[in-house]
Design a protein around this ligand. Sequence first.
Ligand code: ZN
Length: 406
Amino acid sequence: MKNVVFITIDALRYDMLKEILPCLKNIKKLCEESSFFENCFTNGAWTGTSFLSIFTGKLPSHFQSLKVTKIHSFTEILRRNGIKTAGFHTNAWLSRFFGYDKLFDVFYDGLNPTKSGFYKFKRFMKNILKNKPKLSRLFEFLFAVWKSLKNRDQNNSIILTQKSIDFIKNNNNFFLWIHYLDVHEPTIDINERIMFKRLKQFLLNYKAMYHKEKLTKQDLDYLKSLYKTSLINIDHEIGKIIDALKQTKKYDETAIIITSDHGQEFMEHGDFGHNGSVYEEIIHIPLIIKTGKRENKKELLDLKELFHTIPHLLGLKTKKNMLTMKGKGWIISEGYINQIHTPENPIIKKENLKIAIRTNKMKYIKNRDKEELYNLEKDPMEKENIISKKASLGFKKILEGVYGKT
Ligand SMILES: [Zn+2]
């Protein structure tokens, strides 16, 4: 293939994509000529760590920092081989502050706070209110309301799609990465034209994010429907990119990859969003690779293998690739407990790691003071912890092999 278009959808879990696939006109059609990976898992439980793994091919804890350096990234291999690279997104955790701009020839991270009057105003107000925490929180809240009413994510997605189309038209032999944020909370129905209803949707998201204990079943159902509606919107954007590839006659020589960085919790294990847990709703993500042939892949694989697979798709020699790999029978996902992520101090603290080892049938989870074991065949919702000393032995051996003696 001459080109790869790598589309990532923030916080998209596998089961939700599967459920709504019949309504996703463009992704569904793409599946007819793609490998569909049923058992692919992320190595990091949130954006910062997950992408670190994807771009470097290593577990997140291999690094001391969330900052990615170009010498570790597969994009550098592509560039050395004359392939033009571009990255378009609006997620601050993947921005120039974390080194992502250095990975691409053309880069856009949506950050331009110095030019935006509203962000200047926000900084000014935060400064004034710095000794008044209650007022400061109220201001933050109102600012978030304004952002949601402005249809932030939809506007961003349209910009990202347009940038991608322009790049496709003007380049040959390229790697293009687009990261959409629409299904990430707060999720708002962008087709809802009545501002009051959009405000209501935002307030429900706010309740989920800050007062999750008050969520009712009805609330959760509504939040899930907003999530699915947002996915339909992304499908529409993906359709535009596919059209551009076809119009420029580049479609047949372009591999398209669709995946996600992690899933999303809707209170299955007492939490909303993605806050470091490693249950299935967080680590099981979809992976679709358009190669021209329809195939259902059942092998247990993890996203860090994209490090080898993307250069392989572009015709470069690699040790292995996901299209022919059988996997080693288990994968590791890294979550965290009590980790505070700040751009100023982007360190993944080893003592805060929560490690999941996932096989086809079982999942073992270990953090500093707790062990869990689930039989996923009998208990797919991971409700009954069946840990015992004997049962944990094999998993501890794997841990030792990967992390050394602790
Ligand atoms: Zn994310």
